[in-house]
Design a binder for this molecule. Sequence first.
Ligand code: PDD
Length: 277
Amino acid sequence: MIAFLNGDYRPLESVCISPLDRGFMFGDGVYEVIPSYRGVLFEVDAHLDRLRRSLAAIRIADPLTGDAWRKMLERLLSLNPGADRAIYLQVTRGVAARDHAFPQTPSATVFAMVNPIRPPAPELAGRGVGAITLPDQRWGRCDIKTVTLLPNVLARQQAAEQGAVEAILLRQGKVTEGAASNVFVVRDGHVLTPPLSDAILPGITRRVLIDVLRGTRWPCDEQPVSEDELRGADEIWLTSSTKELLPVTSLDGKAVGDGHPGEAWHEALAAYQRVKP
Ligand code: PDD
């Protein structure tokens, strides 16, 4: 696999990053995961806009222009031909003597690699997956896509140890999001998802889904979702660039609705598949 580091394309095995990189030392960086289907990037402008917002929020100067980002991503895809891919892209504040405050003359580290995309196997999606609930113990700026992911890592691990694929996080009696996904619920014929705030990542899949649902019988309202609404939901869905749109059929070991992916999910998935490249 060919990866990108600071302007060079080279085999991933030969990519070396200094232990003094602030991404390694402090988790001082941001990232994106951009899906591509049959060589075509999906929603690349939205991902690059979010990258720019993340960089600005943590005060790293954008190291490339929009055109240069796009060219790099296209080149990386062409160097790693194949079907469905997700580009992982990370920008850190670069290498400097260890000090919490920013270096005087920072020089960002830009790294990117390509992974096979593993959308859930159709039989898994067809059956639905398990999720657990956990308290949201993250910081107050979950809208920034930072590489500092320890609470998400611990939550996802706890889910995995309980045989679930995701942890749905709760803060002050409200759903925020999954450890690495956004959450939708269906109740009494209405689709709801928590509104954007500094408590959740503005997911690109979330936004695409809200847009495509407008053309269906299931328009989505962006409004707070309480723990009770989650537990009493007829359907629960998870969205992300790599999971796409996944039905949760068991929550904390109890069936969601009738325990099968619901009617709204089937329609929503069909609408989503129509806009994918
Ligand atoms: N994660 N919320 C969190 C905390 C996430 O980490 C992600 C995605 C999402 C969904 O965002 P999007 O639809 O833009 O992928 C929501 C990526 C896939 C990851 O960390 O691998």
